[in-house]
Design a protein around this ligand. Structure first.
Ligand SMILES: NC(=O)c1ccc[n+]([C@@H]2O[C@H](COP(=O)([O-])OP(=O)(O)OC[C@H]3O[C@@H](n4cnc5c(N)ncnc54)[C@H](O)[C@@H]3O)[C@@H](O)[C@H]2O)c1
Length: 256
């Protein structure tokens, strides 16, 4: 399922996406390009980014995205990438904070450095990306910010406290900024995905037992795909959701 030209209000919009080279982010990049949006994405996986752009050149009618290599652990680099996109495209209308890292860890073995790194990989750059796009969105008369959360902490999933704590914090960022940003007609929402079948998930954690767990916990039996998450992102970025802000939109097949 790939939605094409379903949201006319997204045509020509400038969309900045973090972690767009692989996984859900790559599908979000493709989905916005299919709406004729001008997409700029950042990542550390340069090869995967180049492959995505090459795959996309085969899609009829899609606008090709622009890619900047940027490690989100470095906030100065993030700010420079946002400034570069604003210079190149004249501004930013939509920000999708998507990049994260769900590497598992045992809470008994975490030191302060590893803890800080988990928070910096999964939460800190969300806030600073919002701060960096704010003036541009204000100048353009509004915008839409989408923060990618996770159902993991809602479901009390263990084995990655640094990640789950960050993901809980993301909902705090959304709720805590919604009123401030609304003064300039900037909307901000969280998408909470369930367990989505990306290449990384399939490679690292998906086995027969995991598939049984999904079937048992979701109300809807089908495994979630990146397209299911992109569909919500398109809606929240478009004018069709113009009165939605400060909310959490769960796409998990009815798990939590
Ligand atoms: N896949 C799932 O089941 C699932 C479930 C719940 C929430 N989510 C959330 O959805 C979002 C996307 O998840 P995904 O499964 O596609 O993840 P993924 O690991 O497959 O992809 C994440 C992307 O972010 C990039 N990235 C990671 N660290 C970076 C850094 N320091 N600088 C720049 N880029 C960096 C990676 O290179 C990668 O391209 C994340 O916020 C994740 O927490 C995913």
């Amino acid at each position: 399922m790939n939605l094409t030209n379903c949201y006319p209000s997204l045509s020509g919009k400038v969309v900045f996406i973090t972690g767009g080279a692989t996984g859900i982010g790559a599908n979000i990049v493709e989905s916005f390009c299919r709406q004729q949006a001008k997409v700029c994405f950042i990542d550390i996986q340069d090869k995967a980014a180049a492959e995505l752009i090459s795959r996309m050149s085969a899609i009829d009618g899609a606008v090709l995205p622009c890619y900047y290599s940027c490690n989100l652990l470095n906030i100065d680099d993030l700010k420079q990438s946002v400034a570069r996109a604003i210079n190149a495209f004249g501004g930013i209308d939509v920000l999708i904070n998507n990049a994260a890292n769900d590497t598992r860890h045992d809470f008994r073995n975490i030191d302060e450095q590893y803890w800080d790194e988990r928070i910096n990989l999964n939460l800190r750059h969300y806030f600073f990306a919002i701060q960096a796009v704010y003036e541009s969105m204000k100048l353009r008369g509004g915008g839409s910010i989408i923060n990618m959360g996770s159902m993991s902490w809602h479901a009390c999933q263990g084995g990655m406290t640094g990640y789950t704590t960050s993901k809980a914090g993301i909902e705090g960022v959304t709720r805590g900024l919604a009123r401030d940003l609304a003064k300039d007609d900037i909307r901000i929402n969280t998408i909470t995905p369930g367990w989505v079948m990306t290449e990384r998930q399939k490679k690292e954690w998906l086995d027969d037992e995991a598939l049984t767990t999904i079937k048992r916990n979701q109300c809807l039996a089908s495994p979630l795909t990146p397209e299911n998450i992109s569909a919500m992102a398109l809606f929240l970025a478009s004018d069709d959701s113009r009165m939605c802000t400060a909310q959490n939109f769960i796409v998990d097949g009815g798990w939590i």
